[in-house]
Design a binder for this molecule. Structure first.
Ligand SMILES: O=C(O)CCC(=O)C(=O)O
Ligand SMILES: [Fe+2]
Length: 324
């Protein structure tokens, strides 16, 4: 059996410049294999300027130090104290985070504690990530045999806009990694997730063939992963994959994750072209049809649980998942 270390050596990395060369076919094949077998891949030379990425990193790290670190330290002390006295702290995440909404309406102007420069840098970065997300969606369309723009359109909803936002996180060092995770294992609810992660401090892992595999830090790379909605739309051809963030005793890991999700009222269902393919193989449509907002209402209560019961519950005739 492949070890986690061996698996991370073959972690799918795509140099996007190759998409413009005679090596395009091979690069598309790496993306296809990644979507089918990893749920994750990493992009290099994706067109977002390194200067902008460096500035996003600099201002985000400074913001943690200046505005969030003291509050986190109080939480950390409480959590450690509880854990060490034997209380269960498995339902907390060792992360300091805030969320910037971009679409359908930006909340950047309303967020406290951000200076104008930070707002400007985040706005610019979000606009680049939005473009890259849509480029990625079209690469997936191409691999799936769907017409260009199909996935963007599937996410559009009545306002013609995705739900798009960025979670800015720090995972500070934790003296007791055995007690608590940075972020507990989950699959992402939405469409595609584009992550700018620390290139020095690792911690993100995905589950592949029953083993936790590191998502290797690479300078100026963007990590992409597939959310539950793409699993539904591709009728299971692509799968959202469990991932988690470990804590470590050294290093403060930066993570800037942008979620390109369907609009709240978008109706999500398996692409008919992909269901037809499946039917020829006598599988048929196995995924439900639902409004994205209804899925999110369920997800917020069941994020750290298996996704299959969530899909089941969205089938209109199924009983809702029991809540505690
Ligand atoms: O911080 C990371 O690397 C991953 C974050 C994540 O998985 C999430 O917020 O859903
Ligand atoms: Fe996630």
């Amino acid at each position: 059996m492949a070890t986690a270390a061996a698996a991370s050596l073959s972690f799918p990395v795509i140099n996007m410049e190759k998409l413009e060369t005679e090596e395009r076919g091979a690069a598309m094949e790496v993306i296809r294999d990644a979507c089918e077998n990893w749920g994750f891949f990493e992009l290099l030379n994706h067109g977002i300027s390194h200067e902008l990425m460096d500035e996003v990193e600099r201002v985000s790290k400074a913001h943690y130090k200046d505005r969030r670190e003291d509050r986190f330290k109080e939480f950390a002390a409480r959590t450690l104290e509880a854990g060490e006295r034997g209380a269960d702290v498995k339902d907390v995440d060792w992360e300091s985070t805030f969320f910037v909404r971009h679409l359908p309406a930006s909340n950047l102007a309303d967020l406290p504690d951000l200076d104008d420069h930070y707002r400007q840098v985040m706005k610019e970065f979000a606009s680049e990530i939005e473009k890259l997300s849509e480029r990625v969606l079209d690469l997936l369309c191409e691999n799936l045999g769907l017409e260009k723009g199909y996935l963007k359109q599937a996410f559009a909803g009545s306002k013609g806009s995705p739900t798009f936002g960025t979670k800015v996180s720090s995972y500070p060092p934790c003296p007791r990694p055995d007690l608590v995770d940075g972020l507990r294992a989950h699959t992402d609810a939405g469409g595609v997730i584009l992550l700018f992660q620390d290139d020095q401090v690792s911690g993100l892992q995905l589950l592949k063939d029953g083993e936790w595999v590191d998502v290797p830090p690479m300078r100026h790379a963007i990590v992409v992963n597939i959310g539950d909605q793409l699993e539904v739309i591709t009728n299971g051809q692509y799968k959202s994959v469990l991932h988690r963030v470990l804590t470590r005793p050294d290093g403060n890991r930066m993570s800037i994750a942008s979620f390109y999700n369907p609009g709240a009222d978008a109706v999500i269902f398996p692409a008919p072209a992909l269901v037809e393919v499946a039917e020829e193989e006598e599988a048929g449509a196995v995924y439900p049809r639902f409004v994205f907002e209804d899925y999110m209402n369920l997800y917020v209560r069941h994020k750290f649980e298996a996704k299959e019961p969530r899909f089941e519950a969205m089938k209109s005739d199924a009983a809702p998942i029991a809540t505690a």
